[in-house]
Design a protein around this ligand. Sequence first.
Ligand code: 5AD
Ligand code: SF4
Length: 443
Amino acid sequence: MRRYHVQTFGCQMNAHDSERIKGMLEDIGLGEATSADDADVIVFNTCTIREKPDTKLASYLGAAAARKREDPSRVIAVGGCYAEAQRDRIFSLYPAVDVAFGPGSIAHLGDWLGAGGVGVARGAFGLDDRAFAAALPTHRERPFQAWVQVSMGCNSTCSYCIVPAVRGREQSRTPGEILAEVTQLAQGGVKELTLLGQNVNSWGRDLVPAIQTEFGELLRACDAVEGIERIRFTSPHPKDFRDPVIAAMAECDAVCEQIHLPLQSGSARILKAMRRTYTPERYLALVEKLRAAIPDVAFGTDIIVGFPGETEEDFAGTLAVVEQVGFDSAFTFVYSPRNGTDAATMEEQVPHEVKIERMERLVEVTQRHARERNESRVGRVEEVLVEGPSRTEETVLRGRTRRNTTVNFTGTADAGTLVPVLIESATSTTLRGTQEALVGAAN
Ligand code: 5AD
Ligand code: SF4
């Protein structure tokens, strides 16, 4: 039997796409290899959101090409966002690549690789034949957690972002399709769902009749599915966070008290140049509204430093919003110009040293908040979904709270169960604790 290895870069949508890629490869008769070294078919599911993943991919591809020279029967496939962005040049850039495919054309991968994954004539495929991967078989890591794609593509036009160019315009799956998948997952033992969309809370606007297809309604419908204990979603756009979604979050037991709400910048001027269509004030008002409706809610965010034209004053605006919100977690990025986006050709690109210096100041603040927010959990009992042994210590268990913080704890619970854990200490990224007696847990 020929064996495959899938190497994933990028976001949760890509990780979910990789589950479909694996399912697809198993469907055509391949087995999973233990590592890239002993794989006959190696698939890179790529990201191109910033320059860094591009350069990382180049080194991985170099190693794969070397292995292919030793054994020419090896097949190299490159999928995902980088493949789509470079579709016209991918084979000249990387002559060892056999098959290239965009994020929307996973469904065709099996045809190109052929039964047993022996490889076919070179081909590249993209947005023109885009389809939901949702109907494909899935290979999931954990039986009790699942991603569910609710839409593909994005209709926003953020001036820094390459995603609309590589994932196309937004198209929602119908509620019937999504709920059929959720029900099936729940019957198979899934307890935690993460709904995925490039702009997850604008889901449904392209469907008819729109009145029954609003994201808050979708949350309610998922919440009503027997067996689903936790629901998360990512990533919402602040501009589309409407009241029915807030009400659904507040009222649905399964919807977790956690929101990833990308801020990007705290300067009105920069937000405008980014075409985010909200102001810092509106963002802050939304945070307040969410806090009032959902007690104890945790906020995560994405922030870009060094967008073209960002002055010290603009950056101070970002720090001010960050101080005011006190995010539980934050992904911080140095602005990276992407070919084909409007921001890439804007004048006043910020010098690298300035970006790095601002980044350092920002991280200091976000880490302080993250640590303080986590420390405020010490002494409380949190409900933890057990994921397995901790990464570093075999005898310690690992799981996540409803607020999406990782907890390492002493206990005896099985993976996939919900247990109460007394929180005893905290860092900026994790909590530590001890499992309470199993009474009262929602198992
Ligand atoms: N440069 C830096 N960060 C970016 N992001 C998107 N595009 C860029 C870019 N060109 C960040 C945004 C987004 C996250 C997924 O990546 O913060 O929310
Ligand atoms: Fe990377 Fe964006 Fe593609 Fe996700 S959607 S893999 S973050 S480029």
